[in-house]
Ligand binder design. Sequence first.
Ligand code: FCB
Length: 465
Amino acid sequence: MTSTDVRPQTAAGLTFPPGFVFGAATAAYQIEGAVDVDGRGPSIWDTFSHTPGKTFQGDTGDVAVEHYVRYPQDVALMKDLGLDAYRFSVSWPRVLPAGAGAIEQRGLDFYRRLVDELLGAGIAPWLTLYHWDLPQALQDQGGWTDRDTAYRFAEYAGVVYDALGDRVPHWSTLNEPMCSSLLGYMAGQHAPGHQDPVEASRAVHHLLLGHGLATQVMRDKGADHLGITLNFTPMSPATDSPADVDAARRLDGQQNRMFLVPIATGEYPADVVADLADAGAPLPIEDGDLEVISAPLDWLGVNYYFESTVRGLSEPSGKHPTFIGAERVQDLEPEGPTTTMGWGISPEAFTALLTRISGIAPGLPLFITENGSAWPDEVSADGQVHDPERVDYLLRHLAAMTEAIDAGADVRGYFAWSLLDNYEWARGYAQRFGLVHVDYATQVRTPKDSAGTYADVIRSAKDGV
Ligand code: FCB
């Protein structure tokens, strides 16, 4: 199938609610580069990516896609796509190089320029305060394992809000606290690269506490469109055996419920609390924390890529687990085609997930803040980038989302991951998620076929076709 087979038919076939927001997303460390200019301090990702053996081919975000200087061109690309909105993150160590204390105005000025450029192009800025780049100075004091980091995060939120609150309407505290805590402190695949269940459990709770404290700070300053972005991976048992069902329950608990449920209801799920305590890694909850964590929000960001099937084992697998107390759980290889990340493709699970989230957090408007796929894209002889697999993935997931909307899920927007090819964390530059191709040698941007498809969808949605 080629992209031209798919495009006309489906752009016209999808219908979206009035006012539906179409956007694309990025994150600071993945695109900005310029890690040592304008007073920026080091982050845990600078340290981690420069540690031998931690990232694919030793790739770092030192240069990335030079968005720090090329942002006007990137905003122009967004305008060409017809985007309503752009989701980006602020680099904490650009604004507070030591994590707390002295404010670096030159760092804030970059975001002021970016926001002005967006507003000038008629694109709404959606700002995420934390997309994983903790100032190294705070990591040196324990990072998210230290309760104080939650308070430092709230102070940082206040600083950024004071600078940009008048011009940025949409605010998000954290991106995927599951990854910051479990991938960073338990699996060790992400910065700071630790493998310690006690640290991971502490990080979970302090990230959520930081979210709640930052929400309070921004609310007090007048913020009226505040949210958080969580990542969800539906977990199915391989069979209905009790061991498989329990394995799926445990992973679903830590991946999907441990973050959403306390935010939505003010309580952690009891089975998750018990799993973590049994593993010797209890959540370090103090009186009043859950009230802070469950401060009312205006929207929830949902990131979705793939689903997992898991099996319960009678003996430990011998592999270091990503989840706490999950030594006897095996994540099965996906069936069917996979992206270059090795992720399966399951739009049906996306529909079911959105319906499920709506049930857990009724009344909370949802925005898909990330969804996308990585493929081995190349510039062809005709100068174009033909990415039929991404076109297919995009259209099938948009269709799956609209099915959930038709079934009652209050989904109000979709942000494609990602606007540009970029630094895919530990997987380096080998994984290309962009709607726009970037030649890393020349920094030349080339919109892929999928960018054209997305632009067609957006245009046809607006025209009511
Ligand atoms: C998400 C991250 C994002 C990107 C995509 C592929 O987990 O939030 O930065 O890496 O995965």
